[in-house]
Design a protein. Structure first.
Lengths: 180, 83
């Protein structure tokens, strides 16, 4: 009986596999497509398996998401260097697309928000650099608090706060001003 | 209305339940006395509810398709345990 291997396999099954759907959700939003997300999750899973002994206990979900997040960044940099923006400057990249609406006098938002549809959210999110998408998704989909997001994205809590605030504002402006 | 950067952060932190009880009650006192701020937070609440359901919709659709992938993956994964 190879006890060492059995232990690694057991740990992987216990630590990483339960978070596969969460992993896919994060990758899906960071990558933008299902196919790319699948590639990322496969690669992340392999990394997790190889590094399973590095998991020192604690929050296995955060550990899994950290690996998926880091894998997403390296995968995107390698495979989608031109299509995916990894910049940390939200204004730089989203300016052209959202300025038109942001510059408009803000109409009563509540009325417009009622018209928000998934497609609009998707489109607006797609214009955001990945560093802004990730804080939004980790907060809204995974329901993590600022501290957990900070640990996964390796950011100061203050940066998580400001990115989240700016991403929401941009999204709100883009969507509420986006109706023709 | 345009919020100051500090108020914007405060509003977000309040929505996310990240303020301590003292900060939260201070912010609530402001909401009670500043209609513009109250309107802003209402817009954010509605927006966030819509965002959450939309993000979830995309994720759930993906997750359904994912089921096959997960099964396939678990069958091939090194973590598979043969009986």
């Amino acid at each position: 009986l190879n006890v060492g291997d059995a232990t690694d396999q057991d740990r992987f099954a216990e630590v990483f596999l339960p978070h596969l759907v969460d992993a896919f959700r994060l990758a899906r939003w960071l990558a933008g497509s299902r196919a790319d997300a699948e590639d990322i999750v496969q690669e992340a899973s392999l990394r997790a398996f190889k590094g399973i002994r590095g998991f020192g206990g604690g929050d296995s979900r955060a550990w899994a998401l950290t690996i998926v997040r880091n894998t997403s960044y390296s995968w995107l940099a390698k495979n989608r260097p031109s299509a995916v923006v990894l910049t940390e400057d939200l204004d730089q990249t989203a300016r052209d697309r959202v300025d038109q609406s942001a510059a408009m006098e803000r109409t009563p938002e509540a009325a417009l928000i009622a018209k928000v549809e998934a497609e609009e959210v998707r489109k607006a999110m797609a214009t955001f650099p990945v560093p802004f998408r990730e804080v939004l998704v980790l907060r809204e989909i995974h329901g993590l608090d600022y501290r957990a997001i900070a640990e996964i994205a390796e950011l100061p809590v203050g940066t998580v706060m400001s990115r989240l605030a700016r991403a929401r504002r941009k999204l709100l402006d883009a969507i509420s001003g986006g109706a023709p | 209305m345009t919020l100051s950067k500090d108020d914007e952060l405060l509003l977000n932190a309040y929505l996310d339940g990240e303020l301590d009880s003292l900060e939260a009650s201070r912010f609530e006192a402001r909401l009670a006395s500043e209609p513009a701020l109250a309107a802003e937070i209402e817009a954010y609440r509605l927006f966030r509810a819509a965002l959450r359901s939309d993000l979830a919709e995309v994720s759930d659709a993906a997750a359904e398709e994912l089921e096959t992938f997960v099964k396939l993956f678990q069958a091939e994964t090194p973590g598979k345990r043969q009986s």
